[in-house]
Design a protein around this ligand. Structure first.
Ligand code: NAD
Length: 335
């Protein structure tokens, strides 16, 4: 059987490792690129039937036009979110687009809880102190999660798991989602409320909703003003859900008690890369990093063995089906 060439973009050693392992028994030829795909470099997909991209590759109309012109037929997103792809343009150009709708919602939900726990109990600060043989406890006071109220915004695959973990801690969980899952909520003692009520009631708020034009800067100065003073905010979803300037202001006034971010609105070109020997050009991110009550990870919530294995398996299966002319798995199809 003729090998199907696939051009991979924005690949890191772990992508190459898991995809190479996953493709061992398949008829695909993996062409790994380290750079991110955009219109200016899309010609590099020449000779490939499919391209496989991640969250920060830029699949705008211009880029898709180049890909379609080269004879690329399939765009395989190796992620769940698809805000970086112009689906309307893909449809017009006759390009098929698939994604991995769920690879391990546990990985992301567990990371959100990990961030919150670490931030609350000041683990990031304690770790540094102890390494310098400073065993003092001043400034490390946290709070019990038990009995506190957690607001889950978005009760899809990830939000529901996060809610259940918080229930396990003995938290009261309130949730907001325009499409509530009433049966699930009843069986997990989760209460759906209006977004305003969630903002006003919660001691901790965790975001688990997609980025769309309607949810852009859902958390801004106005919504922060409706939150309880001292509230902790966790965002493992998409950076642009949160107005970073408003967050900085609220951290300075102490309206926000702590902020944990796995995503950042201008993360493209910064996250996933080593900038330790260069000057960070982003002054907003630099300011965020100065707060002792801000904990940032570099979009790593998905990074577990189980998730990477599932991402490679599902993506390669979608590509295999496409190349063999088989019916795609409906839930993976975007276009
Ligand atoms: P999902 O599609 O299963 O659930 C999303 C939920 O959000 C749905 O129930 C939907 O009804 C709800 N929603 C939509 N608009 C809303 C609004 N305005 N307010 C409240 N809820 C709203 O998605 P998921 O798999 O649970 O993923 C959630 C988020 O996590 C996505 O943004 C995804 O991009 C992000 N994510 C991040 C990582 C990471 O590594 N940090 C990994 C995977 C997914």
């Amino acid at each position: 059987m003729q090998a199907v060439p696939i051009a991979f973009y924005d690949t890191k050693p772990y992508d190459r490792e898991y995809f190479t392992r996953g493709a061992a028994e398949t008829a695909v030829e993996l062409r790994f690129h380290e750079f991110r795909l955009d219109a200016s470099n899309a010609a590099s997909a020449s000779g490939s039937r499919a391209v496989c991209v991640f969250v920060n590759d830029r699949l705008d109309r211009e880029c898709l036009k180049v890909l379609a012109g080269l004879g690329v037929e399939l765009i395989a997103l190796r992620c769940a979110g698809f805000n970086n792809a112009d689906l309307e343009a893909a449809r017009e150009l006759g390009l098929a687009v698939v994604r991995v709708p769920a690879y391990s919602p546990h990985a992301v939900a567990e990371h959100a809880v990990t961030l919150l726990m670490a931030l609350n109990r000041k683990i990031h600060r304690a770790f540094n102190r102890v390494r310098e043989l400073n065993f003092s406890l001043g400034g490390l006071v946290g709070f019990d999660l038990h009995g506190k109220t957690v607001g889950i915004v978005g009760t899809g695959k990830i939000g529901r798991i996060a809610a259940q973990i918080f229930r396990g801690f003995g938290c009261e969980v309130v949730a907001y989602d325009p499409f509530p899952m009433d049966e699930w909520a009843a069986s997990n003692q989760v209460r759906y409320v209006a977004l305003d009520e969630l903002l006003g009631k919660s001691d901790m708020i965790s975001l688990h909703l997609p980025l769309t034009p309607e949810t852009f800067h859902l958390i801004d100065a106005a919504s922060i003003a409706r939150m309880k003073p001292g509230v902790y905010l966790v965002n493992t979803s998409r950076g642009k859900l949160v107005d970073s300037a408003a967050v900085i202001h609220a951290l300075k006034t102490r309206h926000l008690g702590g902020v944990a971010l796995d995503v950042y609105e201008e993360e493209e070109g910064v996250f996933f890369e080593d900038h330790s020997a260069t000057a960070l050009q982003d002054d907003v991110l630099s300011r965020l990093l100065t707060f002792p009550n801000v904990l940032i990870t570099s979009h790593q919530a998905f990074l577990t063995h189980e998730a990477l294995t599932a991402i490679a398996a599902v993506t390669l299966d979608s590509i295999g089906r496409f190349s063999e002319g088989l019916e795609p798995v409906a839930e993976r199809v975007l276009v």
